[in-house]
Design a protein around this ligand. Sequence first.
Ligand code: MLT
Ligand code: MN
Length: 306
Amino acid sequence: MKARVIGAAAGGGFPQWNSNAVACNRARRADPAAPARTQVSLAVSADGAHWFLLNASPDLRQQIEATPALQPHQGLRSSPIAGVVLTGADVDAIAGLLTLRARQPLTVSATSKVLAALAANPIFDVLAADVVKREALWLDRPQVLRLPDGTPSGLTVESFAVPGKVPLYLERAGEDPPIVLGEETVGVSIADARSRLFFIPGCAAMTASLSQRLQGADLVLFDGTLWRDDEMIRAGLGSKSGRRMGHMSLTGPEGTLAAFDALAVKRKILVHINNSNPVLLADSSERAELEAAGWEVAYDGMSLSL
Ligand code: MLT
Ligand code: MN
């Protein structure tokens, strides 16, 4: 299997359009210790010719132009992108579907809850139903990912519920949404005949079943939104904690570093990294601490061989 991180940042990207914070300005100035990152998405392929995207970020057009393997190379109109697998219905996971309009055959796979969110937004009907299939992902069941002509791609996907919340635009005004374990937010494992990776860009808490699932895994790409639960509040960037946004934080007794300590995961890589997270800065003490704990920070263009 081939995998390529085509975007590594959380919603908003790095720099975020309206952030005048020091780190975002370092990224804007092309500081080599603060490389810019687009919003998270992973491209995976069994054969190097046909690719599936894990989430379709608002930056997808830019990501395709930065990734030759995802560009057309047959006839006048074509795409190596055979499908998109969605882990939720957040804006940063689905807005890129709108880039994929123009009558290109592909399949969008998502849980029935996420498909319902797409169906409730008629703008996604630009993906014409006669060329773009929408396929249900059933939790805890391996499913073959097929090319648009129905041929098996050599990859299977299995989705599983992780703690999360409804997308921001489906929250009810004035109410904190509950953290739920269901079809709202999933992680996926992608496998070919020889290898397997996990992609979990949003996760509000480590559960016993998730830690069991990840035990001994070769490669996990995991929610790296925040370093501290209250970092956006402390920095004056917003009023929400990580928990309120449906993301566990890296540090703290219930944090990601502690949660992975006992899991014998061979390669651990952070994705969905918020622009407030100091691990984005190669010269931060937090980055050093993270790396000492055996973690890597994903970057745009990071190629993973499995
Ligand atoms: C999140 O990961 O919390 C969401 O992407 C936030 C958002 O939709 O802006
Ligand atoms: Mn997000």
